[in-house]
Design a binder for this molecule. Structure first.
Ligand code: CDP
Ligand code: MG
Length: 706
């Protein structure tokens, strides 16, 4: 049964029973794995190719990681138990090492491929790149990653890093997860919605596949909870090596946390002995502003500094710049979102600056409103952040809040996403997976009945489920798209309205980071250039114009440069569009259009209303502000909108709260169109909207009958 091509020195010790080896041919079968303790020869056991010099250098560092010392115990635990838990300090080597140990161990463990889930896209990409380096293979070959809209894997892939959402999606076509011999749910302490759902699904799959192994890995938070859920699964703790971290609090609460963070970074830079700084902020804009300020001030003070941002929408090559050590005598200052809290470890950090905040998606089932809000971190997160300073030597953590805030205002731990999010995406995926009885699904922490009800209600409104709660044909089609149900409904609607190509372009543009760039030094010129895309209907159709002009242009790079479009984001939009179009094509969804030709702008808007009729707002009595139909919230059109007038009704893609509540990506919708497309909600005779809304609709009624 052994693959004689591979370099195996000692047989896997505790393999129970006969191997279940799937022969795949070629060196990569490696069913017998390799002995990680033995000195590697000059050729890779996996590929048969000669090792590079860098491989041996990295190997030295790997052998110093706390996880390395526990490798035998980890392999034994996973081999002998269907599910087990591994706990270890951040940076101990769980994410990068454990899958490699299991693959090398061979036998059942190495018979299929190994999936390692990550809550964050960036983490999946970045650790895959690192592990490919460690194993001396090309990224996308034996080691790859799969995140939404980006699949960098091949037939040969044995270790696959993927977002938890992707694995959940894969289950729709392969409910038994049959490709995998081991599934590692990493960063389980983050308690994302997808990981929580995977827990429940895996429990069932494990019963059907006795040879499958599941390993839950987590930073030291809340370990016992996982163990309880897996009814007493064995737990292994990797001892951490932590140096003491001295913690400082501010005396008074800080009014402006970004300014305070900049101040403290500059202070450390000028006064403290060498050592890198890691500063946590909440989002791209804040991070870029802070980087700019710190860089300017460091330049003035003559300190040799390297200031590096780190957030999820940053291009990969820039993200990678945070890892290598700075040149001798230069201090690295990394300004990051909470991605650097546990998902990514940067060596050399000695100082941490923690404003005590992060951005989290919060959903209020009562009003159906979901918003990304800056919220206080938990005390557990604060400890994690501080810990980042003590990995290589004693460090310091500067908390930009008072001890009283820490004690009284920070919650003990972060709420699992499942009890604070909009469940409609999850409900539709579960239904597609055949899990109909959501009430008895084995949730680690069940969501509130109210948010479950609201999700079902929303899907019913969208026509995805029928009165019995079963998926309709439209619902089944919707579940195939990796976008939220409002958008998938829009796509399905566009398929019958003869405008799917246009709608996909708009959705692609809405799904990527902002495509319009406004560089600090050329804002006026950028605004002028963007005005060329403006449609009188508003933002959705302006996005379409920008996309079409870009994609019809021979020289895309030049076009982006001249018209102030972000080339990277436009490319990403093209990629998203292509993938969504692939799904439309492969499912044969596009129907002969019943609509008149030449009415693209009308059909596009009607398709969007089918998905977003709950996300509309009408002008208030004063004619100045808007009121949302869903929760009667006062909102305004975002200043960045292409919409230059104030129509009676608008549809919006999302709301954002800054100094006030804004609707972003807004399109004018005539009332009669609302009545025609969503009569159940907007017919003035039956609708339950407020007086002002009804008045506008009444006026439109005769027009809509015409
Ligand atoms: O998952 P865990 O937090 O336990 O650790 P890890 O992500 O496996 O990281 C282990 C070590 O690998 C880190 O301490 C870094 O030294 C190194 N690493 C790296 O150099 N570059 C990366 N992109 C990822 C990890
Ligand atoms: Mg990790």
């Amino acid at each position: 049964m052994r693959d004689t091509n591979s370099r195996s020195r000692s047989p896997p010790a505790q393999t129970p029973g006969p191997f279940q080896v799937k022969k795949k041919g070629g060196a990569a079968t490696a069913a017998s794995g390799c002995d990680v303790d033995a000195e590697p020869g000059d050729k890779s056991w996996l590929t048969g190719q000669p090792y590079s010099k860098r491989f041996f250098e990295i190997l030295k560092a790997r052998r110093r990681l706390p996880c390395w010392e526990m490798r035998k115990e980890v392999v034994k635990m996973v081999r002998e138990n269907q599910s087990s838990v591994l706990i270890g300090e951040t940076g101990s080597g769980k994410t990068t090492q454990v899958a490699q140990f299991l693959l090398a161990a061979g036998g059942d463990l190495g018979s299929g491929s190994i999936a390692v889930t990550q809550p964050r896209r960036v983490a999946a990409m970045s650790v895959a790149a690192r592990v490919a380096q460690e194993m001396d293979v090309e990224l996308g070959q034996e080691v790859g990653y799969n995140i939404r809209f980006e699949d960098v894997t091949s037939e040969k892939t044995r270790i696959k890093f993927m977002t938890d959402g992707m694995l959940l999606r894969e289950c729709q076509t392969d409910p038994l997860m049959s490709k995998y011999s081991v599934i590692i749910l990493d960063e389980a302490h983050e308690r994302t919605l997808a990981t929580d759902i995977l827990f429940g699904l895996l429990k069932e799959v494990l019963q059907k596949r006795p040879e499958l192994r599941c390993l839950v890995m987590s930073a030291t938070l809340e370990a016992e909870k996982f163990q309880d859920y897996w009814s007493g699964a064995p737990l292994l703790r990797v001892p951490g090596r932590m140096f003491p971290v001295e913690t400082f609090f501010t005396l008074r609460p800080e009014k402006d946390y970004v300014a305070a963070a900049v101040e403290v970074c500059c202070m450390i830079n000028q006064q403290e002995p060498p050592g890198d700084i890691l500063c946590f902020l909440c989002g791209e804009e804040e991070i870029e502003t802070a980087c700019f300020e710190i860089e300017t001030r460091a330049g003035e003070s003559g300190c040799s500094t390297m200031v590096l941002p780190l957030y999820s929408s940053l291009p990969m090559n820039q993200q990678r710049r945070v890892f290598p050590p700075a040149p001798e005598g230069t201090r690295k200052i990394i300004i990051a979102t909470n991605i650097a809290e546990t998902s990514l470890t940067i060596d050399g950090v000695v100082y941490v600056v923690d404003p005590g905040l992060f951005k989290q998606m919060l959903y209020n089932p009562r009003t159906h409103v979901e918003s990304l809000l800056v919220s206080p971190i938990s005390r557990a997160s604060a400890q994690q952040r501080a810990g980042r300073a003590g990995r290589t030597r004693p460090g310091k953590c500067f908390r930009l809040y008072t001890p009283e805030t820490f004690e009284k205002e920070l919650p003990e731990s972060t709420y699992p996403e499942i009890i604070r999010s909009n469940l409609s995406s999850v409900v539709i995926s579960l239904k597609k997976l055949g899990v109909d009885d959501l009430v008895h699904f084995d949730f680690m922490e069940p969501p509130s009945p109210e948010s479950m009800m609201r999700a079902l209600e929303m899907l019913h409104f969208l026509g995805a489920i029928d009165d019995e709660g079963d998926l309709t044909d439209a619902g089944k089609a919707m579940a195939d798209f990796p976008v939220d149900p409002h958008l998938s409904k829009t796509i399905v609607a566009a398929c019958s309205r003869g405008c799917v190509s246009e709608v996909l372009a708009i959705i692609a543009m809405l799904s990527v980071p902002p495509p319009f760039s406004r560089p600090r030094h050329a804002q006026k010129a950028a605004d002028r250039a963007h005005r060329n895309f403006a449609s009188g209907y508003g933002d959705h159709l302006s996005l379409l114009t920008a996309y079409s002009q870009y994609s019809n242009n021979g020289s895309k790079a030049d076009y982006c440069h001249e018209h102030f479009l972000s080339e990277r984001n436009m490319k990403q939009a093209e990629n998203v569009r292509r993938q969504l179009a692939g799904i439309v094509r492969s499912r044969g969804l596009e129907k002969e259009s019943t609509e008149k030709n030449g009415m693209i702008t009308t059909n596009v808007r009607k398709s969007f209303i089918e998905g977003f009729f709950m996300q509309c707002a009408h002008i208030d009595q004063g004619g100045k502000n808007y009121m949302t139909v869903r929760d009667q919230q006062m909102v305004a059109i975002h200043p960045s909108s292409f919409l230059q007038h104030k129509p009676e009704w608008v549809m919006y893609h999302e709301t954002v709260v800054t100094d006030r509540c804004y609707m972003r990506n807004v399109t004018a919708i005539p009332a009669e169109m609302l009545i025609e497309v969503a009569p159940q909600f907007y017919h003035p005779d039956t609708c339950k909207l407020n007086e002002q809304a009804q008045k506008i609709l009444q006026r439109a009624l005769p027009r809509s009958k015409r």
